[in-house]
Design a protein around this ligand. Structure first.
Ligand code: KIV
Ligand code: ZN
Length: 505
């Protein structure tokens, strides 16, 4: 029987460290549920000691997820390990992941500790963690730039102390497939007690080699790989889960291993992450990009029509991309609409269905065909909603290339209608200023992203904004076939989130 390579997903920890990818607790929980459906073996839910928010997220994921190990990162310090263990109390399969740097550069300049001290601390902290938790993983940070003899020594010691997983990170994305293969093989052959632990790898993508390096490590004997959905993570990111899993599946003839992943959940996982973070994948992204299964050249189209395998090495269905032949439009009924929403992976209750169906009908009046991405946009905008301190009643814009833009906005706060006017540099700026005047608050706009949900002139615009105030960031999103309205709705939803989280509404 083929070996099973365990998929350790760190989207919620390393992935979340990527700029623009931070998630609140509800978003992390939605992602964790999807990762469970996807079939990952381990979910690294956060770094419990890093912040109260991280702690609560680990705790919430640990409480809810039953079919994966749930893990929390900790430096090799008692207080970090204690925090992780406390957050993991309700997990069915908890894992403490502890790390310390092992490269000369890191030990000298970052830790300012001698190799002997690092060895001792690693061993003591693994033993400490193991006394609390049955499953302990140890990572040698910057392993790919560490001396091999030192790595072997530290791994031998931590395995003795009870580590069941020893992780070899290429923290700075420096290694290459040939070199990494040799590193992993050397460790496998020179750590005397290696049979008592699983070899894991964790590759960063600074040179675009994270997936290739991870695959090389599997050939050298790694049986756990750390990765993230869409490859998000520190700097250039981590090894992309979807690329790794599909490479292992498509080239089983080379790698000879399996994973527990239900590949039909890959596309959904990728879309959910993009929707939750507002960070879209590039169109040519392997496996999940919009063009991954699009054939443009005539000669390719001809080949695919004759037989898909001429130009397709995997099927769109294998990652869960299904082509819906039934078109939804203004004549579609609630039943077909509900079925389609469910097939997209949502399980809304009756009240939400009724709400979204009304929005769908309004949209279908403006747009001939309502596509799956339109439905996703409606569902995601609904999911991002918090109780509304303010809701949009109406707006009027006066704009042009020879005048300053003016926005007149009327918002409702409970039963009160409040109206104000502002001028600004364009209709969006003027609208945001008018909302600030009504709320009597100012915010810093950190990010404003607009994209067309689908193709065509009647496409909906989807706007995501990030604003901050008093050191906290608030996200908002809005969709409409009118991009100014989408912008107003997005800004308003971020402002409402501010009131909600501040408990000020
Ligand atoms: O990149 C890295 O070294 C890490 C470790 C903490 C595993 O993320
Ligand atoms: Zn990392």
């Amino acid at each position: 029987m083929a070996d099973v390579v365990r998929i350790f997903d760190t989207t919620l920890r390393d992935g979340e460290q990527a700029p623009g990818c931070s998630m609140n607790i509800d978003e992390k929980l939605r992602m964790a549920r999807q990762l469970e459906l996807l079939g990952v073996d381990v979910i690294e839910a956060g770094f419990a000691i890093a912040s109260p928010g991280d702690f609560s997220s680990v705790q919430a994921v640990a409480e809810e997820i039953k079919n994966c190990s749930v893990c929390s990162l900790s430096r090799a310090l008692e207080k970090d390990i204690d925090a992780s263990w406390q957050a993991l109390q309700k997990a069915v399969n908890p894992r403490i992941h502890t790390f310390i740097a092992t490269s000369d550069i890191h030990m000298k300049y970052k830790l300012k500790q001698s190799p002997e001290d690092v060895l001792d601390q690693a061993q003591r902290m693994v033993r400490y963690a193991r006394n609390l938790c049955g499953e302990v993983e140890f990572s040698a940070e910057d392993a790919a730039r560490s001396r091999l003899d030192f790595l072997c020594e530290i791994f031998e010691k931590v395995i003795d102390a009870g580590a069941g997983y020893i992780n070899i990170p290429d923290t700075v994305g420096y290694t290459t497939p040939d070199e990494f293969y040799r590193i992993v093989k050397h460790i496998r052959e020179h750590v005397p007690n290696i049979d008592k632990a699983v070899i894991s790898v964790h590759c960063h993508n600074d040179l675009g080699l994270a997936v290739a390096n991870t695959l090389a490590a599997i050939r050298a004997g790694a049986l756990q790989v750390e990765c993230t959905v869409n490859g998000i993570g520190e700097r250039a990111g981590n090894a992309a889960m979807e690329e790794l899993v599909m490479a292992l599946k498509t080239r089983k003839d080379i790698y000879g291993v399996e994973t527990n992943i239900n590949t039909r959940e890959i596309y959904r996982s990728s879309r959910l992450l993009s929707n939750v973070t507002g960070v879209q994948v590039q169109p040519n992204k392997a496996v999940v990009g919009a063009n991954a299964f699009a054939h443009e050249a005539g000669i390719h189209q001809h080949g695919v029509l004759s037989h898909a395998s001429t130009y397709e090495i995997m099927t769109p269905e294998s990652i869960g991309l299904q082509e819906n032949r039934m078109v939804l439009g203004k004549h579609s009924g609630k039943h077909a609409f509900t079925e389609r929403i469910r097939s997209l992976g949502y399980s809304p209750d009756e009240q939400v269905i009724t709400e979204i169906f009304t929005q769908f009908k309004a949209l279908a009046d403006k747009k001939k065909v309502v596509e799956d991405k339109d439905l996703e946009a409606l569902m995601e905008t609904r999911a991002a909603l918090v109780p509304e301190t303010y809701s949009l009643d109406r707006f009027v814009i006066n704009s042009g290339n020879t005048i300053s833009s003016t926005a007149s906005i009327r918002l409702l706060r409970g039963k009160d209608a409040i109206e104000d006017v502002a001028t600004g540099d364009g209709p969006v700026d003027a609208s945001f200023l008018a909302i600030e005047r009504i709320a009597g608050e100012t915010f810093v706009l950190d990010e404003y992203v607009i994209h067309a949900v689908t193709g065509g002139q009647d496409a909906q615009g989807e706007v995501s904004v990030k604003i901050h105030k008093n050191g906290t960031t608030y996200k908002g999103r809005g969709v409409s076939t009118d991009v100014v309205e989408a912008s107003i709705l997005a800004f308003l939803s971020a402002v409402n989130r501010y009131y909600y989280e501040e408990g000020r509404s």
